[in-house]
Write a protein that binds this ligand. Structure first.
Ligand code: URA
Length: 233
């Protein structure tokens, strides 16, 4: 891979900025200054230093975000997207949200450029459970738990959802566990039972749990362990 691409992928700067740094002699490969942006570097073999700091190549980026309401889970939109909330150093990396949350839903969004992992997490066949916290406008009942277990028929789509779990916390609050991600799924499942969702937050995707230290709109990269656990699932 070209050294300018390597450094820009690792968030050192735009391709243009990085070319400049290289020409000015800020970049060492195996302790030799190189000044050609086209220089070919072997990602997992050569030792690359920028400003005397080693820059290790990571093929993929994984970020968890606590999405606030009012932000769209897409890469581009007329309105603010989750990508707009990321620092500029993440903007050239083809990162996208793995699964969507509604504009008025808060909570965990995984942002990555690892298409295979994203696909696996979203596929209903892979049985990855997504956990939500929901507040509703009507009293939850034991019978609702059974309805969830049996799967809920979504009228306008004529679709019976996979069995899901409802864990009632209080009269108007519950955790919902689903393996699919149909449009407005949690809201539609609850509204079929006569309960409108007034607040929704995603808490987890498989083994990945939203970090409670992240305020709304904040994000952080996943730890190596979090990535490994997701891949194993
Ligand atoms: N289900 C919904 O209804 N909305 C979301 O944002 C996510 C799941």
């Amino acid at each position: 891979m070209r050294i300018d691409k390597y450094l820009s992928n690792m968030g050192i700067g735009s391709r243009k900025e990085v070319k400049d740094y290289i020409k000015k002699g800020y970049v060492l490969i195996n302790n030799q200054v190189i000044t050609k942006p086209t220089f070919q570097v072997k990602e997992n073999e050569d030792i690359v230093k920028f400003n005397n700091e080693e820059i290790i190549y990571k093929e993929y980026t994984y970020i968890m975000m606590n999405k606030p309401q009012g932000v769209i889970s897409a890469t581009r939109d007329r309105e603010d997207t989750v990508i707009d909330l990321l620092d500029e150093k993440y903007h050239n990396k083809d990162i996208f949200p793995a699964g969507r949350l509604d504009k008025d839903t808060e909570g965990l969004v995984l942002l990555t450029n690892d298409g295979r992992l994203a696909h696996d997490l979203l596929s209903p066949k892979k049985n990855v459970v997504k956990k939500y916290y929901a507040k509703v406008d009507n009293k939850l009942e034991e019978a609702d738990i059974t309805s969830f277990r049996q799967g809920i028929y979504l009228e306008n789509e004529q679709y019976l959802t996979l069995p899901a779990n409802l864990e009632i916390i209080s009269d108007y609050e519950a955790y919902v566990y689903i393996k699919e991600g149909k449009y407005h799924q949690v809201k539609r499942m609850l509204s079929s039972l006569g309960k409108n969702v007034v607040y929704l937050k995603r808490i987890s995707i498989g083994s990945l749990i939203l970090d409670e230290n992240l305020d709304l709109g904040q994000y952080r990269e996943l730890t190596e362990e979090e990535v490994i656990n997701l891949e194993e699932a």
